[in-house]
Design a protein around this ligand. Sequence first.
Ligand SMILES: [Zn+2]
Length: 779
Amino acid sequence: MNLRSRATTLLIWLFLAALAAVSVWSVLPPSPRGADAPADEFSAERAFADVERVGTEVHPHGTAANDAVREYLVDRLTGLGLEPEVVDGVGMSGRLGDQSRVAATQNVVATVPGADPTAPVFLVAHYDSAEVSYGGNDDGAGVATILETVRALGEGPALRNDVVVVLTDAEEACLCGAEAFVDADPRAADGGVVVNFEARGSAGPAVMFETSDGNAALVDAYASVPYPVGSSLAVEVYRILPNDTDFSPFLDDPAGRFTGLNAAYIDGSATYHSPLDVPERMSLASLQHHGSNALALVRTLGDADAAALAAPSATDATYFPLPGGILARYPGWLVWPLALAALGAVAALAVLVVRRRGGGHDDGGTRTAGPARLVLGFLAGVLPLAGAVLGAMGLWALMVTVRPGYDEMLDPWQPWGFRVALLGIVALVVTGWFVGLRRWLGAPALVVGALGWLAVLGVALAALAPGGSYLAALPALAGAAAGIVALRLESGRWRALAVALGAAVGVVLLAPITVLFFPALGLETGAAPAVVAVLLGLALVPALALSVPERGRSGGWLVGACALVAAGALGVGFAVDSFDAEHPEPSRLAYALDADTGEAVWVSTESTPSDWTARYVDAREDRSAQFPPMGSGAWFGAAEAADLPAPTVAVVDDVTSGDERTVTLRVRPGEGEIGTAGALRYIELNSAAQPDAVLAASVAGREVPVDDDGILDTRFYAPDGDGFEVTLTVRGGEGLDLRVVAAGGGLEGLPGFTERPDGVGVGGSHSSELVLVATTVVL
Ligand SMILES: [Zn+2]
């Protein structure tokens, strides 16, 4: 390799690296604006004042602290010139398999009247927190985003449409506030466009990650925001995940009255649902990102024909961020033509590579290959894909071996060292594959193999997850087109330019998605970002082929450098991230008392008990019949029985007609407190002991599902002393065994419990710090 081609190589990689940096930078949150920002703009500093108030106390649904947050929100909305209403309702969620969850809810709803309304725009966030969480981010961020947005809207002329603020209750319990709104609120009756704001962590870009079906028109509206960060891939991924937010009840509306968008920031997930989700841990940049986008989006939707937007578009759009605050998008009908074009382009490149050999262009195998080699090159292309997945799994296994506490987290507290290590591993896999196989198969076969896999994945995704097809198909198309051009060029410099431009498409599309994908499933599922990163690696293979000479040592040096980056970043990851008082190791512990037998147990849902938890639990058991809320795979250990009140069930009415018996029950908490949380979390009723007995059921007036085995599994959240009414239809002439479990929160004061030491914290979950009291009732 002469000096000039070395300089060209260096330029190519500098260009691609700069492009990657710009592409990634463009999806990062903007700088937070101060309280002195112009009044018609969104200021994170102004909004943060609301975050601090919402996140002052742990405030799950049903607690006095949640009541205080609600009162604060009513005052704030009144202060903004609106007439907020606290709407009493009963919400029911049947989304959790066949379990049903019911709660009495108090949503705070207020309307900003439009000048000439077409249909309402609903701004939704939940004001309750998870059980042990302050809810500073989740969902203080969403609530504060809406309040500051509404304030800024008031500085301009009225929008065309009504903007309806819906601050929901009991999201963490059961999405019940949103469901109650959809089910019964008159303002929801005619449907409209929903925008939901969430936070599943404390940092990172505010990503628009979920849409209603037929999203093309709404994605067009979203493109008007100043910092659009969203990818149609995320929509596809989220559709297959079991996660839910308040957006779900709107999408599940049987009448299909709603369309909408869902945005959240999701990095910094170590605080999620834990007592460390406090306002001070919020990234103000993330709040600014949420807010700047929210305000622009509401202005767009507020002046649009919202009635038209409230009906699904004919197709989903493919969309992705480009540098410069651009959201590129094209209609769904283009997905297949582009995927097939990519496949065709790679095939054409392959034919050209083979033909050149026949045409006397054989230049020692650097630009030609026979058909057999091409086939081998394609088959070999699966190796980096598999290697990246195995590498990501190996990385997580190593991390958990060194720090077992990571097993209870999606991501460590400071994940960036490990993320760079994962990128290093992927780079090592791709360069190792290329350098290792090149001498056997030649560069052209590997280039065609790499681009071939991208093209095939583009087609596979077009069939399975069309919104993600662009990530593979477009880099394949660009790479193959560039390759075809490059093969016809004699000048090395022009050839390099063509290859660099082809690879640039892959960099612009894949680099930001790799970074955005890291927090989505966490390093626990690092295989997901590793796959996106390896697609980028495959798109860069033509540039590798151009810059790594066949002879000489530079290939080995490159592979060594990647290994060094991976190892160095791993070391930095472990050094930077460790468990301490500020960043505790998560632990999960609960307590359960069988009021019928007097047996008490400690329970943990950790996958392997940590040192602290192992003081309490020692055996994995299936006690789902005794304590249904703990499922079948928890860890248990003997505990001293505490004097805790069991729930009571009184028969209010019992009528048998024909072969059906209808029993009306009043379920009440027992006399006295369970746990220190100040309110019961829920009372659960489970009929698993007697399948097929229950034919139908309703709780607090809402009909609830009974599963295919005729088992009722239902919960009523935060009952007051008066309890709630349940009506069961059972087979006539039969009794009924019901397991009834009251759940409180807070382990302090239970016999044998000692406070966690510094460095051990409460892991975010809905099952930690639970105190259960279970009893069987025979009707
Ligand atoms: Zn939330």
